[in-house]
Each structure stands twice: as C-alpha cells, then as structure tokens.
Design a protein around this ligand. Structure first.
Ligand code: SRM
Ligand code: SF4
Length: 581
C-alpha cells in the first residue's frame, strides 16, 4: 500500500502495470460484439499504434430513431524512421485508405503515415496488411519511444547516410520487445481461422508465461511518450529542440563523427495549468557513434525511473530536467551510463531546409520535394493527389521520403523522368512546390476535427483558407517572398509544433485561437503570446497588421519572428491596436 506521502500512480500506470506487457484485454475485446474497446484497452492500444476515436462531425447528432449518434472509428499510425518508405509501401497504404479507411492518407508531423476512419472490425486486417509490407504500427503511440525522426534528404554523403542509419538503429534499440503485438495481431495469418484464434484472449494468453523481458522499459514502460530526432546544424528540418532527445550531427572534415545530445524539449501545454509549458531542449553532451545507443539508453532509463508517474500532465522528461536542472540530470545519466560524459561541442542548429523542389542527390539521380498541404493525401474533382502518387509510384518506382513538414520527397529519380513526373502532377491538378507561395509552403496544421478527440477548434480544415487570405494581403504589401513559418493546432497540445515558429495559431476555445509570434524558422527560440482568444475571422486581419508594422520598421534582412522578438509584445500591441500595456 502506498503511504499518504507517496503519490498514487495514475490510472494509465495501473493499466500498463497489470497488462502483461501490453496485452491486457485487447485480444478478447477485439472479437466481442462491441464496436469500441474498454478503458484499459484504449490506453494499451496506443502502444500498438492505434487510437479509438469517434467521428466528431456526427457526434451528438441524432439518428432516425432520435438516438444520439456516436460513430467509433480508429486511427492507425505507421512508425517510419526518417520517413523512408518504398513506392510499394506507399501504394499499399493508399489501397488501405480506400478499402478500409476514410479514403484519405495523412502524412504526419513526425514523418509517419496515418489511416483514419478504420472500423473496429477492420483493425486487425489493417495492422496485418501494414506489417505484410514490412512497416509497423508497433510503438507508434503510447508511453514508449515514438517514431525516430531524422532529416530525410536522400543525399548520398556520409553525414546524411550515417544520420539515417543512426535513426534506424535507435528505432530498433528502443522498440518494445514484448511479444504482445505479434501475439495479438500477427500470429500466423495465412487463414482467416487462424487469425480469429489469435484474437481470442484465452488462446493468446494461455500460451503466455509472463516471461517477456523489456530490458529498457521494464514492466511499466515509460511515464509518458518519448521522442527522438536527428538533424545537422545547417538543416534543422525535424525541429530538434522540440524533442525529448535530439541528436545534432557533428561533422568534422566532411564526416559525421558523433552527436551533441540535446535533452528536455517538448511542446504540449495546458493553459489552465501553469505547471505545464513548452520547452526547448538543452545541450547535454557529445557522444561518438559508438556511444550513441548506450548513452541514449541511460537517458531513457533516467526518465523511466525518475519521471512523474502520478501526474501525466507533468510526466514528460522536460519537467524532470526543469525540476532538477541540467547538471543534476547529467550526473544521473553518467551514473546510469557508468562513466563521465564530456561537454557538448560548440555546434548549434543555424539553418533549415524543407527539401522541396528538384535537387541532385549526389549519385547522378535527382530528388523532388512535393509540398502536400497539411499532409493530407486525397482525391477531389480538381485535385487528385492520390491518383498522381499512384501513377508516379507505379511508373517510376521512386524511393519515398516523408518530411517533418508533412510533405513528400521522391528520391532516386533518373533525370530523364523529371518532366514526366511534373506532367503527372500537373495533369492531376497538383501545384508544384515551386508554384506555391512561401506562406503556404512553410505552414502546417495538425489534424484536429473531425477525428482528433482532443481538438477544440478546426485546424487542418481551417488553415488553407486563412492562407488564401494571408497570401493576398502579403501580395498587396509586397511581402510574398518573405519566408516565415506558420503552424496551427486545434488545441494546446501542439501537434504541429506551434510554439517555436515565426507564427503559431493554437485552438483555445470554440472558434478562437491564441496567436503566438516571435519564434524562428530554425526552431531555436520559443515564441510568446501576442493575443489570446482571437475569433477565427480576426486572426488573419490581426496578422496583416503585424506584417504592415514589420514592413515599415524591420531591420535589413530581419525575419518576421526576429522582428516580433525584438519589438516585444508591448510594442507590437501598442502599434497594432494603440493599446499600451
Ligand atoms: Fe500529437 C495527441 C496527432 C505529433 C503532442 N496527437 C495526439 C492525438 C493522438 C490525440 C489523442 O491523444 O487523442 C492526435 C490524433 C489526431 C488524429 O486524429 O490523427 C495527435 N500528433 C498528431 C499528429 C498526427 C499531428 C499531425 O497533424 O501530423 C502527429 C503524429 C506524429 C507521429 O507520426 O507520431 C502528432 N503530437 C505531435 C507533436 C509534434 C512532434 O512530435 O514533433 C507533438 C508536440 C511535441 C511534443 O510531444 O511535445 C504532439 N499529441 C501531443 C500531445 C501533448 C503532449 C504533451 O507532452 O503535452 C498530445 C496529448 C497527450 O499526449 O496527452 C497528443
Ligand atoms: Fe488533436 Fe490538439 Fe494534436 Fe491538433 S494539437 S491533433 S487538436 S491533440
């Protein structure tokens, strides 16, 4: 029994603890008569890569019999280190979204792919089919190391190749080792009968002796999600400082020789709880390539043993580091690692590249970065991205890489195929990246409505028209060439990383947003609240006023974020509203 002074573990901790290494009741509930899972399974299922949701566009409406509608659907997330997939794997996900999803596929802000709108009865088959293509949903969500992000640019130089190898090594090292995923979803799927047997909880658990070993996570996994990402100083395209553990490649004489480890980043906040906040990571140490996995494991284990397991709001590693300070955290990591660790190298992230457009990749072939607005792959009457991707993948079989800005890269393209690929895009109504405004190209929005259970406002469905409005105002101001990052989310959790770009729009109340400004495209400075609870139709007019001020008072070469940061909010408010604060 816990003493009065010992904080009680949160409900999720109890579910994990009692779950027989993430099995719980999932297998039995998968074949019961319900179209939903129970509370414990909902939490455990996240570790298997799926979220139970309900269609929020119909929630609460009434059917013909006057009964309130709640339509359960599932999001299925594939975890893709560095966002690297084959044409065949992308084609298989496109087929799945048509056959058992909502006919769209979503590139995520962590280089993953998501199916939306999957029914419970199709969950097992969708996970099996993803696995048949050698991708996995295992560990894509939950209190575990999530998808390892890494700069996806397919350059053939040693630093890029090495970074992407490290991402794969980390993904494998930190993948959960329990057989639960295999037992529940993948036990011999040759016949439908065998599949049903695998979904019978008795059948699954009768063979389980409780002897799974999780050398890194232990029985209860981590206190909260854990995120890793890798980038180079000249290209922080994966937003290194927002990760629990960021790895900044250190290049000497053209070779990547190791990494600066940056710890304690994270975005989510709850405005009503001051104890929560976004935080940028701090440099901890330099590690050689040989040390990476062991030092990373020491860091994860420190969080495992000392992270908060009673209050999930403050359970991310950023709070541990905030409370302890970086020195204490470092000595604990040294204790777990078994040796002292040096200071970090002086290198810091100083540029960012979105990898859009045509580039030589270094072996005679080209790659093309195609901007996908908010990552949504779909077909409409005039915009047929799904069709275009199918044609490109089928005809040219390029490598596919997903970016941290929810976009796509075709790699290994023979120069003679360049025109044909552009032609396929044009015929299907897809604007080329080169023809997209900077405002749109450097923006992204999280999913939000109708699938996200936590969304307060629209995001992905609202941003495109706001950008239309902003584009035209910037054109009038002669600022169309300005590069600035703009990110929107439907709640303060921050899934599109809105707290460090030039502009962040964060859903706060019905149809109202908090406007953040003052971050950077490189992602190395947090932004500040410019205005709170701004009605959606006042967001762009408010930004336009700031851009007018920027135009008249900016310094030479100053970015929008730097300008807002230099002015400070009192000046910005005094200027745009005449409100001195
Ligand atoms: Fe996220 C929860 C979508 C990247 C911070 N996120 C959710 C859930 C699962 C809602 C839920 O818990 O019920 C959303 C599902 C919506 C849907 O219908 O698909 C969701 N998050 C997403 C995606 C799909 C947004 C997107 O538009 O691309 C991204 C999936 C990435 C992936 O492939 O793994 C996504 N989420 C992020 C990021 C960005 C990142 O990691 O680089 C963040 C901020 C960074 C961070 O973690 O600090 C992020 N998501 C959150 C949080 C707040 C965590 C926190 O520490 O406060 C939640 C809520 C939670 O964990 O309690 C959340
Ligand atoms: Fe949902 Fe909020 Fe994340 Fe957007 S930021 S996907 S609304 S949890």
């Amino acid at each position: 029994m816990a003493s009065e002074k010992t904080p009680q573990p949160s409900a999720v901790e109890v579910f994990k603890h009692d779950s027989l290494h993430l099995r719980g009741e999932i297998a039995g509930e998968l074949v019961d008569e319900n179209d939903f899972f129970g509370k414990g399974s909902i939490q455990l299922l996240k570790h298997h890569g799926t979220y139970q949701q309900d269609d929020r566009d119909v929630r609460g409406t009434r059917d013909e019999d006057g009964k309130r509608i709640k339509r359960f659907i599932f999001m299925v997330r594939s975890k893709i280190p560095s966002g690297i997939v084959t044409s065949e794997q992308l084609l298989a996900q496109l087929d799945l979204c048509d056959e058992i999803g909502n006919s769209t596929l979503r590139i995520t802000s962590r280089q993953g792919l998501q199916l939306h709108g999957v029914l419970k009865s199709d969950l097992a088959i969708s996970i099996q089919r993803i696995n048949e293509t050698q991708l996995t949903t295992w560990g894509a969500c939950g209190d575990i190391n999530r998808n390892v992000m890494c700069c996806p640019a397919p350059y053939k130089d040693q630093p890029h190749v090495q970074m992407q190898k490290t991402a794969m090594d980390l993904a494998e090292h930190f993948a959960p080792k329990t057989g639960a995923y295999h037992d529940i979803w993948l036990t011999d799927t040759d016949t439908g009968e065998k599949q049903l047997a695998a979904c019978d909880s008795e059948a699954t658990l009768s063979g389980y002796t409780g002897d799974d070993v999780e050398p890194i996570y232990g029985k209860q996994y981590l206190p909260r999600k854990f995120k890793m990402g890798i980038a180079l100083p000249e290209d922080n395209c994966i937003d290194l400082y927002t990760h629990d553990l960021g790895l900044l490649g250190i290049v000497r004489d053209g070779k990547l020789v190791g990494y600066n480890l940056i710890v304690g980043g994270g975005q989510g906040r709850t405005p009503s709880a001051e104890k929560t906040f976004p935080r940028l990571g701090d440099p901890l140490t330099f590690v050689t390539l040989e040390q990476v996995l062991d030092v990373a494991a020491a860091i994860v284990k420190v969080q495992r043993d000392h992270g908060n397991r009673s209050d999930r709001k403050v359970a991310r590693m950023k709070y541990l580091i905030h409370n302890w300070g970086i020195e204490k955290f470092k000595s604990k990591v040294e204790e777990y690692y078994g040796s002292s660790l040096p200071d970090p190298e002086p290198d810091v992230a100083h540029e960012v590249d979105d990898h859009m457009g045509w580039h030589e990749q270094g072996d005679g072939n080209l790659f093309y970065g195609l901007n996908v607005e908010n990552g949504r792959i779909k077909d409409t009457d005039t915009f047929k991205l799904k069709t275009a991707l199918r044609e490109i993948c089928t005809q040219f079989n390029p490598g596919i890489r997903l970016t941290a800005h929810q976009s796509i890269i075709f790699s290994d393209v023979a120069p003679e195929n360049r025109d044909a690929i552009e032609q396929i895009l044009r015929v299907n109504g897809i604007p080329l990246s080169e023809d997209i405004s900077n405002a749109r190209r450097w923006s992204m929005a999280c999913v939000a409505w109708p699938t996200c259970g936590l969304s307060i406002t629209e995001s992905e469905r609202a941003l495109p028209s706001m950008i239309d409005e902003l584009e035209s105002a910037l054109d009038d101001l002669g600022l169309s060439d300005e590069r600035f990052t703009l990110r929107m989310t439907g709640c303060p959790n921050g899934c599109a990383r809105p707290y460090n770009p030039d502009i962040g729009l964060v859903g706060r109340a019905k149809d109202k947003y908090t406007v953040f400004v003052g971050g950077t495209a490189i992602g190395n400075r947090l932004s500040f609240i410019h205005k709170d609870l701004v009605p959606s139709d006042e967001v762009v007019p408010g930004l336009v006023k700031l851009f007018e001020y920027f135009k008249s008072d900016r310094q030479d070469g100053e970015s929008f974020g730097d300008f807002c940061h230099r002015q400070g909010n009192d000046n910005l408010l005094a200027h745009v509203d005449g409100q001195a604060v």
